[in-house]
Design a protein around this ligand. Structure first.
Ligand SMILES: [Cu+2]
Length: 134
């Protein structure tokens, strides 16, 4: 039989090991570009995000809201290359994030639906473009 101390140490070792295993997959693709909310102007920063794909052919883009003032969201539109990013709220103080891994070059358009409007078939306001290099 194990002593109480040894049993506690075994439990702690197993717990620490499983934490590492769970955390590992999330960091497997590194972020290549962060697009932030510019809350003062209700714009994206940058509006045009240029990103290169890595040796694995992938470019990971992350959208965040570092402001403390209000909610924004992000959603794909198909003014450029056809793609899909489900609408996601971006909570203040980097409370969460949206992310997308691009595998092909092209211009990918997105909007904050709260601060944009579709006028005459075109989105105006808080719009942006991810330019993924070939
Ligand atoms: Cu917004």
């Amino acid at each position: 039989m194990f002593s109480r101390t040894v049993r506690v140490m075994l439990v702690l070792t197993v717990a620490a090991g499983s934490t590492v295993l769970i955390a590992a997959p999330a960091s497997s693709i590194k972020t290549d570009k962060v697009i932030n909310v510019d809350n003062v102007r209700d714009k994206w920063k940058p509006t045009h995000a240029y990103v290169s794909r890595g040796k694995d052919g992938k470019a990971k883009v992350v959208w965040k809201n570092p402001s403390s003032a209000q909610d924004h969201d992000v959603k794909s539109i198909n003014a450029g290359k056809t793609w899909y990013l489900q609408r996601k709220m971006l909570k203040p103080n980097n409370g969460n994030k949206a992310e997308k891994v691009f595998k092909k070059g092209g211009n990918y358009h997105f909007v904050c639906t709260i601060h944009s409007a579709k006028i005459g078939g075109e989105w105006t306001g808080m719009t942006g473009i991810v330019h993924v290099r070939k």
